[in-house]
Write a protein that binds this ligand. Structure first.
Ligand code: KIV
Ligand code: ZN
Length: 571
């Protein structure tokens, strides 16, 4: 009997399934920051990436394994297709982690086998047997996923899972890859496997549900009812197409209805809101206000009857508290008179790790600046300040000065001064349809790198007229090959589904985040952050390749990328 019978493991795949969604790309530093936050959240397993996809993915997994995969930290998992090359790359990438897992997968639905892999069921079973055995010869913790399990023939699925169990898989993850099943069907499928696969009682059954029909969370919970003791999910539910099951919703459903489900998780729920905001700011996708658990309105009561009830007795209209998910943000209010010590203590309590005293000093000055503009500075403001100021983007161009004028009957005009990579100031001006447009045009005149603004959003972090504004932008670089075109060249893709379907995905999208009490200045910072990311992306690819080699990953650097990352085949 499993001693952790009531423990549901949370397997976070934000950095793998989440990050492979169009426009959700993160830099290596951002991935590390998310991994640190996932460790604070106390997830059981972090799927750090898909090392065979690119040198950048490999390096990110390796770095996360090194820094976050401590003995008391989470298990670090890496994804690998069912072939030796992928599995070896995954194994090499997770080496520094104290607790390692190889996650390999092979489709089992006829539709995938016939039209995509061009394999028979018998061949699929052979591959599963061989590759799980191989993975197990390297690593004692091996997860196997029969991809598109949801549309697989049930008898064959049972057979495939049994082969993986016999070959040594320790976790059997059952993906509803295209989000096709209903909760009843998904729960029944898990129950059937739990009851009918020989040896499964020694393994962990896991859910992996996509949200195409909007039931990924319901399906995951039905899977738990059916006997699953691991749930794969992502922060804010990001992921391929409509996304994955949202971690915060799954966790809070189990937390709030623990008696009904008869299980628990080890998640530190007070870190949920912060995890959500961090991921949202990195990928440039705002959390909808009505999003369950972490949306700005999730605990807001608007109607008179509800307000009346909540004021008299909170539970009249609340099934959980904002504090439980970390949405209160008012724990320690700092102000103008708070000194270095108080600020340092606050950062420490928030788990913010600074790289140098210089970084602290910079942040402290920005904090003081904020205190001059805003009466009450709470956790949410500080968190936004840290995220905005410590953007892990190399500052290729720095915004040194921005000035704008606009108003009724005026032509919006802006002047910017940027400090370039050579340390020299560059000044330019332009006009636009509004102040933000004028500033963006002036910045473009300096940087001269064509990009398209595809999303712009403003949000007030706290209440009141002196609220800090956060601006998120997403831009697309123009005149460069798309991710798919690049991956066609190297023969592997960072997007599993894209590889599998041969579908083209959007060109690489870069997001930027800016915070300031002046919304227009916040918008300028956000745009600069996105542009710097775009400019840094190429440099980072080159650096990641160097890291992969420095770690002894391949002997022939001249072969990159075709030789090293082009050999993978789909099973
Ligand atoms: O959705 C899916 O099938 C996957 C697998 C790679 C586990 O993400
Ligand atoms: Zn998936």
């Amino acid at each position: 009997m499993d001693p952790h019978v009531g423990h549901v493991r949370i397997f976070d795949t934000t950095l793998r399934d989440g990050e492979q969604a169009p426009g959700c790309t993160m830099t290596l530093e951002e991935k590390l920051e998310v991994a640190r936050q996932l460790a604070r959240l106390n997830v059981d397993i972090i799927e750090a990436g898909f090392p065979a996809a690119s040198p950048g993915d490999w390096a990110a997994v390796h770095e996360i394994a090194r820094e976050v995969g401590t003995p008391n930290g989470p298990v670090i998992a890496a994804l690998a297709r069912a072939n030796r090359d992928d599995i070896e790359k995954a194994w090499a990438a997770i080496q520094p982690a104290a607790k390692k897992r190889i996650h390999t997968f092979m489709s089992t639905s006829d539709i995938h086998l016939e039209h995509q892999f061009r394999k028979t069921r018998a061949q699929a079973l052979e591959i599963i047997h061989e590759m799980v055995t191989f993975a197990r010869s390297l690593c004692e913790d091996v997860e196997f996923s029969p991809m598109d399990a949801g549309r697989s023939d049930r008898d064959f699925l049972r057979e495939a899972v049994a082969v993986a169990v016999a070959a040594g898989a320790t976790t059997l993850n059952i993906p509803d890859t295209v989000g096709y099943l209903t909760p009843d069907e998904y729960g029944a499928m898990i129950k059937d496997l739990a009851e009918n696969v020989p040896g499964i009682e020694h393994c962990i059954l896991s859910t992996h549900c996509h949200d195409d029909l909007g039931v990924a969370v319901a399906n995951s919970l039905a899977g738990v009812r059916g006997g699953a003791r691991q749930v794969e999910c992502t922060i804010n539910g990001i992921g391929e197409r409509a996304g994955n099951a949202s971690l915060e919703e799954v966790v809070m459903a189990i937390h709030t209805r623990g008696q009904f489900y008869g299980v628990r998780t080890q998640i530190n729920t007070r870190e949920l809101a912060r995890s959500s905001r961090l991921v949202s700011s990195f990928i440039g996708v705002p959390v909808p206000p009505n999003k369950a658990i972490v949306g700005a309105n999730a605990f807001a009561h608007e109607s008179g009857i509800h307000q009346d009830g909540v004021l008299k007795y909170r539970q009249t209209y609340e099934i959980m508290s904002a504090e439980t998910v970390g949405l209160d943000g008012n724990e320690l209010v700092l102000g103008k008179h708070s000194g270095r010590h108080a600020f340092r203590t606050k950062l420490k309590a928030m788990g913010v790790e600074l790289e140098s005293e210089e970084e602290f000093q910079h942040l402290f000055e920005r904090f003081k600046d904020l205190c001059d503009r805003k009466k009450r500075v709470d956790d949410r403001d500080i968190e936004a300040l840290v995220t905005g100021e410590l953007q892990h983007t190399p500052q290729i161009y720095t915004l040194d000065h921005v000035q704008y004028s606009s108003g009724l009957g005026m032509i919006p005009t802006a002047t910017v001064r940027l400090i370039g990579p050579d340390g020299q100031p560059r000044v330019d001006s332009d006009q636009g349809t509004g102040p933000v447009d004028a500033i963006y045009k002036a910045i473009n005149r300096v940087i001269q790198r064509p990009s398209e603004l595809i999303e712009f959003s403003i949000n007030a972090i706290t209440e009141g007229l002196d609220a800090v504004a956060e601006v998120t932008v997403r831009i697309r670089e123009q005149g460069v090959p798309s991710r798919e075109e690049q991956s066609e060249k190297i023969g592997a893709s960072t997007s599993t589904t894209a590889v599998l379907t041969g579908r083209r995905v959007a060109q690489q999208i870069f997001s930027g985040y800016g915070v300031h009490t002046d919304t227009i200045v916040a918008a300028a910072h956000a745009y600069m952050a996105a542009l710097n990311k775009m400019l840094a992306a190429r440099q980072e690819r080159i650096k990641a390749e160097a890291v992969a080699y420095a770690a002894g990953y391949a002997s022939d650097p001249g072969g990159l990328p075709v030789d090293l990352f082009g050999g993978s085949t789909l099973g």
